[in-house]
Design a protein around this ligand. Structure first.
Ligand SMILES: Cc1cc2nc3c(=O)[nH]c(=O)nc-3n(C[C@H](O)[C@H](O)[C@H](O)COP(=O)(O)OP(=O)(O)OC[C@H]3O[C@@H](n4cnc5c(N)ncnc54)[C@H](O)[C@@H]3O)c2cc1C
Length: 383
């Protein structure tokens, strides 16, 4: 059994008690950024969990980070407003120069700088990141960026953005991962000088945006890693993201299961608790089994990541199974609550909307399945 991080869990739980259902309902209703919660998470150092101690972070592993995020979701909260502050910096840590690390990582660890926006998805490329059209063209000591991103979450609440752009044309299907580069864009300087951010209102409170680049000049030293090798630089980060989001889904699933069990014990209809009916019990038990099984995969993937082992299949399976388990639990909880599940005050409908995202983002279920089919099982490439 992997480590349980009970001390960390205890501290996160204590912090989350300050942010109850009423808080999350209010920010959800106003589509507001949960600034107070993010501030508290930052001050407690939880968002610097993965930054090594030499750069003023806590130097913890992904297993600990997963425990932190799981607890936020288990408390009824939503870590999506700040979870990316934990892992986007991984690209700088693993592929940045000594100077880039020294400049950015301690400031991120101290919470003075937010790096929690990651611009990959574009309107015309969808799940196929190799077809992005945003271009970065070298011009003297700068790169000039033109193009558009969509669904760039938290861009309005971030100082820096990790941006994936084409620096060389897509030559062939074979070389589709070549010619992409990653940049660290300073949003504070870029906004109004070629960078425009427009919020997108969605069915959940997610601070997501469209981002437009119109001749934006960024210094050449914004490049992270080698030019043209950007795809490789973000792969580890994508695995970390999938594992951490898997952990959030486990937290959500457990929240729904606890909520449903509590309600099924209390709610009396036909003169007895609804939970006495096996038609109500069994979906709760089934959701519990699914969540426990998915949690094992999240833990396995985190352990492999922390050991520096390849973990692509496990990270993808963790996200797949955990997002399905959380959705199964969400649907079960809604059904257990009957009409009251639809009322705002029980938080079920909010969590139901929030957890649905994770079958689509950061990668959709079909894309995970086709990755497993092709790369793990050796089935023919389908696209
Ligand atoms: C709230 C929110 C926040 C997000 N935050 C970010 C962010 O911060 N940064 C970022 O870069 N992106 C972000 N995304 C984008 C997200 O990663 C994409 O929405 C996701 O990868 C799917 O891409 P798409 O929406 O273009 O769907 P499409 O690629 O258009 O796919 C639509 C559907 O078709 C299916 N499909 C497509 N091709 C195939 C195929 N070959 N075989 C089988 N099925 C297929 C997909 O599985 C999906 O179900 C966010 C999205 C949302 C909704």
């Amino acid at each position: 059994m992997s480590q349980d991080f009970s001390d960390i869990r205890h501290s996160v739980r204590a912090l989350c008690r300050e942010f109850d259902g009423g808080y999350w309902r209010r920010v959800d209703r106003d589509r507001a950024y949960p600034e107070e919660f993010v501030g508290a998470m930052t001050r407690a150092g939880f968002l610097a969990a993965l930054i090594p101690e030499e750069f003023e972070g806590s130097g913890l592993g992904l297993g600990a980070a997963a425990a932190i995020l799981e607890e936020v979701h288990l408390s009824g909260g939503n870590a999506a407003a700040c979870h990316a502050q934990m892992y986007i910096m991984g690209t700088v840590l693993r592929h940045g120069t000594a100077a880039q690390k020294k400049t950015h990582l301690p400031a991120i660890a101290r919470g003075e700088v937010r790096l929690q926006a990651f611009g990959v998805t574009e309107p015309a490329s969808g799940s196929d990141a190799t077809r992005i059209r945003t271009r970065a063209r070298r011009d003297g000591g700068d790169y000039v960026v033109d193009g558009q991103k969509v669904w760039t979450s938290r861009a309005e609440h971030s100082d820096l953005m990790l941006l994936l752009a084409r620096t060389a044309p897509r030559e062939s299907d074979q070389g589709r991962h070549e010619g992409l580069s990653v940049f660290l864009v300073d949003i504070r300087e870029a906004r109004g000088s070629g960078l425009t951010i427009k919020p997108i209102r969605t069915m959940l409170n997610h601070a997501t945006t469209e981002v437009f680049f119109d001749g934006l000049r960024i210094p050449a030293d914004s490049l992270i890693g080698e030019e043209g090798e950007g795809f490789r630089c973000i792969l580890d980060g994508m695995n970390a993201e999938r594992i951490l989001i898997g952990a959030e889904c486990i937290g959500d699933a457990r929240w729904f299961i606890e909520k449903a069990s509590g309600y099924a014990n209390e709610r009396e209809v036909f003169g007895r608790p609804i939970g006495r009916n096996q038609g109500v019990q069994f979906p709760i038990a089934r959701a519990y089994a699914a969540a426990e099984a998915a949690d094992l995969m999240v833990r396995k993937a985190a352990a492999l990541f922390d050991a520096g082992e390849p973990c692509g299949p496990e990270a993808n399976m963790a996200k797949l199974l955990a997002s399905e388990a959380s959705w199964q639990a969400a649907d079960m909880c809604m059904q257990t609550f009957g009409g009251y599940g639809f009322a705002e005050e029980y938080d079920v409908e909010r969590k139901f909307r929030e957890t649905r995202l994770y079958q689509v983002a950061p990668v959709s279920t079909n894309l995970v399945l086709s990755y497993l089919a092709e790369h793990v099982l050796g089935l023919p490439r389908s696209y």
